[in-house]
Design a protein around this ligand. Structure first.
Ligand SMILES: C[S@@+](CC[C@H](N)C(=O)[O-])C[C@H]1O[C@@H](n2cnc3c(N)ncnc32)[C@H](O)[C@@H]1O
Length: 214
């Protein structure tokens, strides 16, 4: 496993319980997040097929979609996150896996979302990861990505009182849109909000972007 994946996995293994507690009420406090996820739920219903959350963490976002009737499952690099998500959401399937090499047949998914998880992918690997997302989506399938906006990489060597080595890569919407188009997606919508409008727990400018496999 590449060293960045190993440290991301170890970091999220260490903070899984604290992270889940900290972000537990985040969606309840963010009308914009719920609106975007609600739109995605309607779009993927039209596309048909299963939906995958890549980087599902504690599973709260997958659970929100599940409650809207979306046939969603999750995959995450961190075994501790997967164990926690399974415990908290026993009606949803969660597996350990890497979004760069999904154990999913070509063209099989109606939707895929990467909700604040692409931020851990090193920039040179983003084209390949987006290519992997395109591979697993069926024609007409929808992709939703969410990320903090910026140009820097924020390195943390401590989180929730645990020693970690985690890189959080801010991204620019124009750059993500260009990468999506280059990977063979049609970008269909962007929501960009100021730090003031960002949800309390992620007080940075934030973006979410919808794209479709033609
Ligand atoms: C900031 S958390 C977001 C979790 C969840 N989507 C949410 O919004 O609550 C990022 C998650 O992505 C996972 N992750 C990072 N890189 C990954 C990769 N290459 N493949 C799968 N999961 C990954 C981490 O283990 C972590 O659980």
């Amino acid at each position: 496993m590449p060293s960045d994946r190993a440290s991301t996995r170890a970091g999220y293994d260490a903070i899984a319980e604290a992270y889940a507690e900290h972000f537990r009420d985040e969606l309840a406090g963010s009308a914009l997040d719920r609106a975007v996820l609600g739109a995605f739920a309607e779009l993927v219903e039209g596309a048909g097929g299963e939906v995958l959350e890549a980087g599902s963490g504690p599973g709260g976002v997958a659970a929100y979609l599940h409650a809207l009737g979306v046939p969603v499952r999750g995959v995450d690099l961190s075994p501790a996150m997967v164990a926690l998500a399974r415990r908290e959401h026993p009606g949803i399937r969660f597996d350990v896996g890497d979004m760069a090499a999904l154990d999913v047949p070509d063209g099989s998914l109606g939707g895929l979302l990467a909700w604040y998880s692409l931020i851990h992918v090193p920039a040179p690997e983003l084209p390949a990861v987006l290519g992997e997302f395109r591979r697993v989506l069926r024609p007409g399938g929808h992709l939703l990505v969410a990320f903090q906006v910026g140009d820097d990489v924020s390195h943390q060597d401590e989180a929730f009182g645990h020693p970690v080595s985690l890189d959080f890569r801010r991204l620019q919407p124009d750059a993500v849109a260009a990468l999506l188009e280059a990977a063979g997606f049609d970008v269909t919508a962007r929501v960009v909000r100021t730090a003031e409008q960002a949800s309390r727990a992620r007080a940075l400018p934030q973006a979410s972007m919808l794209a479709r496999r033609p």
